[in-house]
Design a protein around this ligand. Structure first.
Ligand code: CMC
Length: 428
């Protein structure tokens, strides 16, 4: 595109190239701005800053569109499997049958983790939050696979690191949970598929027979697909920026797990359930909590509402709300918290405060309700998000490396003291 944007600064007009995406998204390339004018741009929270060009996920927040590699989230959630979607995100195309079978076989082959990781796990106090444990265990893979430290090795070696991580994260996540409750860790069962194996490692105990319920395994598979990528969000940008220093894949993903943990990001699914339980324990007065959310002197926010980019509806929330109804019905679960959630949604969708600010339920408003129904404890909710988001992080890390992106290093506008004379202690 030959069109340019013009910027008049200190009386001088400069031209900046316009960049156009394949879905007609428009951007002004300001990378030469400082060199030609001395100015930088400032945009706290990167609300209006594109950090990269990416061919992985397309998202239109106004229209509620989400696509992975051009495929709609609705189609993928209905017709695909999590490992198929992982392949799509990481390698760019849907696998054909032999490709999918080979991928599944390789992922299954690497599910076991080194016995010494158990020693690391045992060093954590039993009440440790599983997100902290998981981030540490992922980081520890750099010690067990030192060749992964160098992301410039051959494409095959990098690919092996990728497959190991995808294969091992359910084992590490389930072990982090077992550590939290003080139970012995279960080894993977490679006769099972990705989600069934995870559920078995989570819930089976040596003294009882455990059969995976296919309703639960399918619901989990769908939830993981819905979380699999979401373009340049807080954790994904973290993964890309850490990886941009040529840190290893495992170190970059460990950083992404920490970024996801916070309640404004992936930690929201835990906060939503804690909020709904709090409202229920307080008598179920939904209006009281709506008023608190709107009160600027009250720090309470309606968790699971609002999104940085979705300003109409979150397409994942629409799919999840329906899935929550289906799963609860199939499992015969009657969760009063679902009614509180629906009550809050009905009021919020009509309330001028929420309407004016375009605050709608996001993916995490209903995901926790499904996790609860399928027996996942609240402290593990954000770990579930991690399992889902992993292929997206990997794809984004790989793309950043393949595009040879420069190290991420934002600028700032300094607002501190000007040069001061140093005073010795006796002078102060
Ligand atoms: N409850 C009450 N008010 C809210 C909420 C909320 N959940 N979210 C935003 N607002 C208000 C906010 O106070 C502000 O009002 P005003 O203009 O009067 O100052 C306005 O809406 C804009 O909010 P913001 O914080 O400037 O928007 P943001 O884009 O920086 O934040 C958000 C987006 C998701 C962090 C925020 O909406 C939020 O804190 N939501 C609750 C946490 C949550 O559910 N997070 C999960 C996001 S989806 C999962 C994921 O992808 O990570």
């Amino acid at each position: 595109m030959s069109e340019k944007a013009q910027l008049i600064i200190e009386g001088k007009t400069i031209e900046l190239p316009i960049v156009m995406g394949t879905e007609n998204e428009k951007a002004i390339d300001i990378s030469s701005l400082r060199g030609s004018t001395g100015y930088i741009t400032i945009d706290p929270g990167y609300k209006n800053t594109g950090a990269t060009s990416s061919a992985i996920t397309f998202l239109d927040g106004e229209k509620g569109i989400l696509r992975y590699r051009g495929y709609s989230i609705e189609d993928l959630a209905e017709k695909s499997s999590f490992l198929e979607v992982s392949y799509l995100l990481i390698y760019g195309e849907l696998p054909n049958k032999p490709e999918l079978e080979a991928f599944q076989k390789e992922i299954t082959h690497h599910t076991l983790i080194h016995e010494d990781i158990k020693n690391i796990l045992e060093g954590f106090p039993s009440n440790s939050h599983p997100m902290g444990v998981l981030s540490s265990l992922v980081s520890s893979l750099t010690a067990f696979y030192p060749e992964s430290l160098d992301p410039n090795r051959s494409a095959d070696e990098v690919d092996l690191s990728i497959k190991r991580l995808l294969a091992k994260i359910p084992t590490m996540a389930a072990w982090a949970f077992k550590n939290e409750i003080g139970h012995p860790a279960n080894y993977p069962d490679n006769a099972l598929n990705y989600c069934s194996n995870f559920l078995k490692m989570m819930f089976s105990v040596p003294s009882e027979k455990y059969d995976v319920d296919p309703v639960i395994a399918n619901a989990l598979d769908k939830l993981l697909i819905l979380h699999a990528d979401h373009e340049q969000n807080c954790s994904t940008s973290t993964v890309r920026i850490v990886g941009s220093s040529h840190a290893s894949l495992y170190a970059s993903i460990a950083a992404g797990i920490s970024a996801l943990w916070g309640p404004l990001h992936g930690g929201a699914n835990q906060s939503v359930i804690e909020m709904l339980e709090g409202i229920q324990a307080d008598g179920g007065d939904v209006k009281k909590y709506m008023d608190k959310a709107k009160d600027k002197n009250d720090s309470f926010r309606l968790m699971g509402f609002g999104h940085r980019v979705y300003k109409n509806f979150d397409p994942r929330a629409t799919i999840i709300k329906k899935a929550a109804d289906d799963v609860l019905e199939k499992l015969g679960v009657n969760d009063p918290i679902l009614e509180i959630a629906k009550g809050l949604e009905v009021i919020a969708l009509k309330d001028p405060y929420f309407v004016e600010r375009k605050l709608y339920p996001n993916v995490d408003f209903y995901s926790g309700i499904i996790y609860r129904a399928i027996g996942i404890p609240t402290s593990m909710f954000t770990v579930m998000f991690t399992l889902g988001r992993l292929p997206g992080w990997i794809a984004q890390w790989k793309e950043m490396r393949e595009n040879k992106e420069p190290i991420g290093r934002p600028r700032q506008v300094y607002t501190g003291n000007n040069l001061r004379r140093f005073k010795t202690v006796s002078e102060r």
